[in-house]
Design a protein around this ligand. Structure first.
Ligand code: FAD
Length: 392
């Protein structure tokens, strides 16, 4: 028997952090939403070891997650506030420190496992009778006409809506099927991720040391535990994966300049290739891209998902203001106009930091070390930078 075609206002391909945020916000607005997610998220238990993939969520993202109704579910599972950030250059004496207390804020943001964010959002959207969750399922084909987009799923089900959103990550199938091109820059680096235990407490501080091969970040979890992201040239990252645990801990302690003493234990390690990407366009007739489907940036300042959540907020704002057609050209153009500039600016800023701190020539070393020291002393500029990163 032929499956019935189901009607929605919006179909979202990808129920990751950005797609699920968008689904909750649109569902709360009363829009009929279908979310297609390829993988069933794994169940969470408080005794589970920490996941390898974590995000530093800005205050602005926290606010958005409060609006979705998912923040309580995140906090009830596990989320770790960080109150300060200490950044320094391995090749000199330049150093900068940001303190939430100086800004009159309780924290600068939270470190949360990606899976925890997704699961809390999933609880929220499943409680909304406006949102349907198709999982595990995937987009197989799409047909666009002036009024609608019709989507066929791998399961054979067909869905129709005013708008299809690609929130399906860096390898977006929606982007591919819509024929939207993408500029890709291979950084030649990998981000090595793992969870470690350290000799000294992390002091609720995010620690980041810039080295010529790339930055190393220690992000605070529960006391004694940190999640690390170590950017390295690809071959060096592969070599680090092959080291024994004890040799790796020794390398890592040294790389962080022993700021947290010795690294005493390490869990599973993984490394992902780092690429900057930007879609040539964020939309086509009745199709729009958000989050990593539209752009990926270097993780050195932990802004990727924060930008994606800003995309989701903007798309919701444009849909709220529209006359009722969620996929009108007016909505899609206004969304792209509002988001492209901020995303490009952040991507360029990350590329600038990467090049500035990766350069071993003496004039550049002097420039960045004196720059860090000067900015550290300039309260106003320093806290404007911090506020921008926090999204407040
Ligand atoms: C090492 C590293 C560290 C990072 N640290 C930070 C950080 O501290 N802070 C920060 O803000 N960002 C960070 N990022 C970036 C952040 O992880 C991404 O920006 C974020 O995951 C993007 O979310 P998304 O929902 O757009 O895409 P994704 O997280 O990729 O989610 C896409 C979803 O779509 C699903 N999907 C894929 N294809 C299909 C399909 N065809 N049909 C249906 N579903 C599909 C996937 O299963 C997935 O659930 C980091 C990135 C890396 C690599």
């Amino acid at each position: 028997m032929k499956a019935m075609q189901v009607q929605y206002d919006v179909i979202i391909a990808g129920g990751g952090m950005v797609g699920a945020t968008l689904a909750c916000l649109l569902g709360k607005l009363g829009k009929r939403v279908a979310v297609l997610e390829a993988y069933q998220p794994t169940v969470f238990s408080p005794n589970d070891p920490y996941d390898l993939r974590v995000s530093a969520l800005s205050r602005a993202s926290q606010r958005a997650l409060l609006d979705t109704g998912a923040w309580d579910g995140i906090a009830a599972r596990r989320a770790f506030p960080y109150e300060a950030m200490q950044v320094w250059d391995a090749t000199g004496s330049g150093e900068i420190r940001f303190d939430a207390a100086d800004l009159g804020e309780p924290d600068l943001g939270h470190i949360v496992e990606n899976r925890v964010i997704q699961l809390a959002l999933l609880d929220t959207l499943q409680a909304l009778d406006t949102v349907d969750w198709y999982c595990p399922d995937k987009l197989a084909a799409l047909v666009v006409n002036e009024q609608h987009v019709t989507v066929t799923l791998h399961s054979g089900q067909t869905l129709q809506a005013q708008l299809l959103v690609g929130a399906d990550g860096a390898q977006s199938k929606v982007r591919e099927l819509a024929g939207i091109g993408m500029a890709i820059q291979d950084y030649g680096q990998k981000g090595l991720v793992c969870v470690v235990q350290t000799e000294f407490p992390h002091q609720f501080t995010a620690w980041q040391r810039f080295m010529p091969g790339g930055p190393l970040a220690f992000l605070p979890l529960a006391e004694g535990f940190c999640s690390i992201v170590w950017t390295l040239p690809a071959d060096q990252a592969d070599a680090m994966l092959r080291l024994s645990d004890s040799d790796f801990c020794r390398e890592l302690s040294q790389a962080l300049d022993y700021r947290l003493g010795e690294v005493t234990a390490v869990g599973e390690r993984a490394a992902v290739s780092l690429r900057g990407r930007h879609a040539d366009s964020y939309s086509q007739e009745r199709v729009v891209l958000v989050g990593d489907a539209a752009h990926t940036i270097h993780p050195l300042a932990g802004q990727g998902v924060n930008l994606g959540i800003k995309d989701a907020l903007e798309l919701v704002a444009q849909i709220r203001q529209s006359s009722g057609d969620c996929g009108s050209t007016k909505v899609l153009r206004a969304y792209e106009r509002a988001r492209r500039g901020d995303n490009i600016l952040t991507q360029k800023a990350m590329d600038g930091f990467r090049l500035l701190f990766g350069n071993t020539l003496t004039p550049w070393k002097i420039l960045r070390n004196s720059g860090l020291t000067i900015v550290n002393r300039m309260g106003f500029l320093k806290y404007e930078m911090a506020k921008r990163a926090m999204g407040i």
